[in-house]
Design a protein around this ligand. Sequence first.
Ligand SMILES: Nc1ncnc2c1ncn2[C@@H]1O[C@H](COP(=O)(O)OP(=O)(O)OP(=O)(O)O)[C@@H](O)[C@H]1O
Ligand SMILES: [Mg+2]
Length: 139
Amino acid sequence: MEPIVLNYQVDGEDFSTAGEASSAVKKALKQLGFSPDVIRRVAIAMYEGEINMVIHADGGEATAEISQEEIRIILADRGPGIKDIDLAMQEGYSTAPEEVRNLGFGAGMGLPNIKKYSDELKIESTPGVGTTLRILIRT
Ligand SMILES: Nc1ncnc2c1ncn2[C@@H]1O[C@H](COP(=O)(O)OP(=O)(O)OP(=O)(O)O)[C@@H](O)[C@H]1O
Ligand SMILES: [Mg+2]
């Protein structure tokens, strides 16, 4: 198959529409015939990264590059950035405010789960500038 690139703007304001980009990619992968395991890993990793952009960065841009061998997810935002990436990667670490926790987010499990379900995770972040996640999932 020819590589496919899907690109989405992720709105930072609305929790009710959060997750649209990852569900669109999930649907596309199903139609393309990828295995349930690959679809599940991409859907979880991309959803967690997408939600992080909504909660922590007022939205951003999500891109999925799909080929037969691998799926690359790029999540780029111009939010506050992550000061200490090693700390943010720890299970249970969260800076989510109370009102976000009341909606069921903020367990501090998003980044650890992205790491767990992907083959590669690269995080570039500069405080005051933004954050870019690059996630690779081999098929
Ligand atoms: N795109 C981002 N911009 C700024 N900070 C971020 C971003 N993504 C993650 N963080 C920081 O890293 C912390 C850990 O992220 P992680 O996704 O693991 O947990 P969480 O989003 O707080 O909770 P959960 O994902 O379990 O709902 C966040 O609380 C936040 O401080
Ligand atoms: Mg999260």
